[in-house]
Design a protein around this ligand. Structure first.
Ligand SMILES: [Zn+2]
Length: 99
């Protein structure tokens, strides 16, 4: 069994607009360490917390990652932030090209 290696927002950090980059401070971020399937880097809780984060910068960083779960990618495609949606669009195009 592996552990989630993602930063995840604290209760306070999830609703702030300027949380900083994930892991940049301990007020708004903590290490997750949830159990995940072998080889997985991040648990579903973290994907959901990051994709729903109030800070667009956090969602932009997530949208630029490779290998996002399809459900999370779909959600980011309709993000109100144009950059987030744009990155997700590129990721989706990339994902399609690889398959
Ligand atoms: Zn996690």
């Amino acid at each position: 069994m592996s552990r989630c290696r993602s930063w995840t927002p604290t209760k306070e950090g999830a609703s702030v607009q300027d949380a900083g980059d994930p892991g940049s401070n301990h007020k708004f971020w903590r290490m997750c360490r949830n159990k995940v399937a072998k080889g997985a880097v991040r648990c579903n809780d973290c994907y959901e917390a990051l994709s729903a984060h109030s800070d667009p910068n956090v969602r932009r960083l997530l949208a630029q990652e490779r290998g996002l779960p399809a459900q999370i990618l779909e959600q980011l495609l309709t993000d109100p932030d144009i950059l987030v949606a744009g990155y997700a669009e590129s990721r989706k195009a990339g994902n399609v090209a690889q398959s």
